[in-house]
Write a protein that binds this ligand. Structure first.
Ligand code: COA
Length: 150
């Protein structure tokens, strides 16, 4: 398995994170830049920003968050820079993120959403056990049970 570590985004690594990019084709499916997530976290107190690092290099970026109204935990965003994709880093990052959530008191499941046409995301999340629980016109919502019962 590809080894990654999750590092908090700080004054030391935010610039490296902000330089990460998905491919031009993927921008249609994932139209947010890392800088936008960093900016939004200024106003969303539950947002946790994580740098995905491999051998000390930032290769991706993830955001976790908690819905104030429902207390549900969400994977708000995950991206691996286009130069580093298809090396197992996305899968390893997801495993590290869900492992981190699984030990939090009261966190029974994690939710995420992705565009229905995002085949890479759909394949990755389905392979990790995320089950579709809802969909609207263009977005699929999935959940992973962390404690035994969705
Ligand atoms: C989705 C994403 C995070 C996957 O990252 P990655 O590091 O390339 O993924 P991995 O190498 O760990 O691959 C894990 C699985 O994802 C799926 N996958 C990844 N890229 C894929 C592609 N281009 N087409 C189809 N399936 C793909 C495969 O099932 C793969 O398993 P396999 O290698 O056994 O076939 C990456 O493509 C990305 O950053 N996309 C743009 C942002 C985005 O769409 N984020 C998700 C929505 S929130």
């Amino acid at each position: 398995m590809s080894a990654v570590s999750l590092q908090p985004v700080t004054r030391h690594n935010w610039h490296a994170c902000a330089a990460l990019r998905v491919s031009a084709e993927q921008q249609v499916l994932f139209p947010f830049s890392v800088l936008e997530w960093i900016a939004e976290s200024r106003f969303e107190p539950s947002f946790e920003l994580w740098a995905v690092e491999a051998e000390g290099t930032a290769v991706g970026f993830a955001v976790l968050g908690e819905d104030e109204a429902t207390a549900e935990h969400w994977l708000i965003a995950l991206m691996i820079d286009a130069r580093f994709q298809r090396r197992g880093y996305g899968r390893a990052a997801m495993q590290a993120l869900t492992a981190r959530l699984a030990v939090r008191p009261g966190c029974r499941r994690v939710l995420l959403g992705h565009r229905a046409s995002n085949a890479a995301a759909a394949a990755l999340y389905a392979a990790l056990g995320f089950v579709e629980i809802d969909r609207d016109g263009h977005e699929i919502i999935r959940a992973l049970d962390l404690k035994g019962a969705i």
